[in-house]
Ligand binder design. Structure first.
Ligand SMILES: [Zn+2]
Length: 648
């Protein structure tokens, strides 16, 4: 067994040398044979991993992610953090998942198992077995490769937190021993956390998937071989370069649809593969058209989709814990057979998860440490794509009597949110799962949209394109994005990013007061400035016009500072726009005019999408009404604000 394994490994290694592509610098090369054992709800695997030591150091140990061990018991770090529930779906305590490394060898046959141990670099939780290290008999010299042979057994949990089985539906994800990332000679290999996704190096995957004949299989990359085995099983081989993870799904009830997709500008040629569960076949067109919209939007706005395939997996009913997740060239979406036509959830999830091929798949930032670079960028892109294809006002709910956009639903998340965390933080160190998601998705996306409104759409588009083009396949950090934004805009944006990425504080500006009083006779002793008032008073006495002293006070209620515009409207219909640097706690504007001020609004064009309270952004006065009516009108005005906000 060992020798045969070795030979196969060497052949594959030789093959891998000639097949490296130019999109990414390949660090890893996985050749995996995986056999699904449906009755055990498990996968038996053999893995040949070739890893390049891309550092200038001699590396004496390797570190691996063993993600499935997060579901081994309720003492794992994942289970302690999540309390057994992920995105609202509970784990099944009768169906734990785990991964067992059976053998671990290097090319010369040396057995590494005696030097295999679990480590807990993030929290020291000795019950957590999601990261292991092995000591090597000899270090890997700088810029040299090592090949490791691993046999493993992956027992899948009942679908939970992205992976597992439900009856005969299998979502096989986070399922094989996966090497960590070496950065500057140090391993970056975090435990599997409840609020965290992943980070890995680019390279090549070739995976042979063997399943009983009745199963339909979808997997990352392109299918390069199909073999009927004598025992009645089928083996499907998938191959893909320039990716950093591999997942697959199998179910006898998948119905497969394939369609060529091409785009002229920029040039895109790919094959769409839909694997739709039999019970959701009526959702096919929704999946297909929204995926096409996604490919078009991201290709036109960031760069052409470069892979030869894109596979959409529609999870089986009641396996929704596997839905809405991204892998390179493959993603899981989500729908129900009864999904109403006016509710664009299927479209939103499809576009969002496809979009991850850009910010997660090709940009490949460290999601453990800077999740916003994926989720925030992708939510920003999703909001814009949804608006383009499903209407600025109606991109989430599109009824004749109620329209809600994706943007509005993102903004609603912000209302009443606390200030527990900044946008950038290690994923597992946020106050809660809710705070991780608020900061990494909603606040991050609204921050990028606010930046777009500040710089202008064209400049922002140039920034995003330049960032994607320059950093794809290179694992950029936040600093890299800021450098591109400053270079392209020609502005120092430190004040913006320092506040909005690194501070948990809020941005909230409001109209503090709005007053209008008839101009009074000057009494007492004055300096020169009363002259103008005096002149107006004289005009008024001459019976020409009645003058008012109008006062508008704007206040900064939050800690964060952003330059503001204020719109002031008078009863005679005249409008003034004022600018304020927003630095002080308040600013008062006074106008002596032959008309009463009626309405004032801060940020009149709704550009500052990270303002946490939009209802205090405007104020109206109705002087002549009784106090009860005034109160009622005040309520109406608030309601109008909500409506105008919804109709953004
Ligand atoms: Zn996402």
């Amino acid at each position: 067994m060992k020798n045969r394994f070795l030979l196969v490994g060497i052949c594959l290694l030789a093959l891998s040398q000639i097949s490296f592509s130019s999109l990414s610098k390949p660090i890893i090369d996985y050749r995996i044979k995986a056999a699904l054992i449906p009755e055990e709800k498990a996968v038996r695997g053999q893995e040949v991993l070739t890893w390049l030591n891309d550092s200038d150091e001699f590396i004496g140990e390797l570190q691996f992610h063993l993600y499935l061990n997060a579901f081994k018991n309720n003492r794992s770090t994942f289970m302690k953090e999540s309390l057994g529930t992920h995105r609202g779906f509970p784990s099944d305590k009768k169906n734990w998942g785990y991964i067992e490394v059976k053998t671990l060898q290097i090319e010369n046959g040396a057995d590494l198992m005696p030097d295999f141990e679990y480590i807990q670099p993030d929290d020291g939780n000795k019950d957590d077995q999601t990261v292991a290290r092995v000591l090597l008999p000899e270090p890997v010299p700088p810029h040299e490769k090592i090949t490791i042979f691993i046999e493993f057994y992956a027992k899948l949990p009942k679908v939970f937190a992205r992976s597992g089985f439900y009856d005969d539906f299998f979502m096989v994800a986070q399922w094989f021993p996966k090497i960590g990332v070496l950065r500057d000679g140090v391993w970056n290999c975090h435990q599997y956390h409840s609020s965290s996704e992943f980070f890995a190096d680019f390279g090549t995957y070739e995976v042979e998937i063997t399943v009983p004949k009745k199963y339909v299989v979808g997997a990352c990359g392109k299918r390069i071989k199909e073999v009927k085995n004598p025992d009645g099983t089928m083996t499907y081989t998938h191959y893909q370069e320039d990716i950093h993870d591999f997942a697959w799904a199998a179910c006898p009830d998948f119905v497969e649809f394939k369609e060529k997709y091409s785009l002229k500008e920029p040039k895109v040629e790919t094959e769409i593969i839909l694997l739709i569960h039999r019970s959701h076949l009526n959702q096919k067109e929704r999946y297909l058209s929204s995926l096409k919209n996604g490919i078009e939007f991201y290709s036109q706005n960031y760069g052409p989709y470069p892979y030869q395939t894109i596979t959409l997996i529609d999870p089986a009913p009641r396996a929704y814990g596997a839905g809405g997740m991204e892998y390179p060239t493959l993603f899981t979406s989500m729908s129900f057979h009864w999904m109403p036509k006016w509710l664009y959830i299927t479209e939103m999830v499809t576009i969002h998860e496809f979009g991850h091929n850009y910010w997660y798949g090709m940009i490949g930032s460290n999601e453990f440490e800077e999740a916003w670079l994926d989720e925030g960028f992708n939510t920003y892109s999703e909001i814009k794509a949804m608006a383009r294809y499903y209407g600025e006002d109606s991109s989430q709910v599109n009824l004749s009597w109620l329209k809600v956009s994706d943007l509005v639903s993102q903004r609603f998340q912000l209302i009443g949110s606390g200030k527990m965390d900044p946008i950038i933080k290690k994923s597992w160190e946020y106050y809660s799962g809710g705070s991780y998601s608020l900061n990494s998705y909603n606040k991050a996306a609204l921050t990028l949209l606010t930046l777009e409104n500040y710089l202008g759409k064209e400049k922002m588009s140039e920034i995003m394109k330049s960032y994607f083009e320059r950093w794809k396949f290179k694992h950029p950090t936040t600093e890299d994005f800021i450098a591109v934004a400053e270079e392209v805009s020609g502005l120092d944006l430190g004040w913006f990013f320092d506040q909005f990425l690194y501070s948990p504080d809020k941005l909230d500006y409001a109209i503090g007061a709005l007053k209008s009083d008839p101009l009074k006779e000057a009494e007492g002793i004055f300096g020169g400035e009363v002259k103008e008032v005096e002149e107006k008073k004289k005009k008024e006495e001459a019976g020409k016009e009645k003058y008012y002293r109008n006062e508008v006070v704007v206040i900064r209620k939050g800690e964060l500072i952003f330059p503001q515009e204020i719109l002031i409207r008078f009863e005679n219909g005249k409008e003034i726009r004022e600018e304020w640097d927003g630095k002080d706690r308040w600013k008062r504007f006074i106008y002596v005019r032959p008309s009463r001020v009626k309405y004032a609004k801060i940020d009149p064009d709704n550009k500052i999408l990270i303002d946490t309270n939009f209802l205090n952004n405007s104020m109206t006065i109705e002087e002549n009404e009784t106090s009860l009516l005034k109160w009622a009108l005040g309520c109406m005005s608030r309601f109008q604000d909500i409506l105008s906000f919804i109709a953004l």
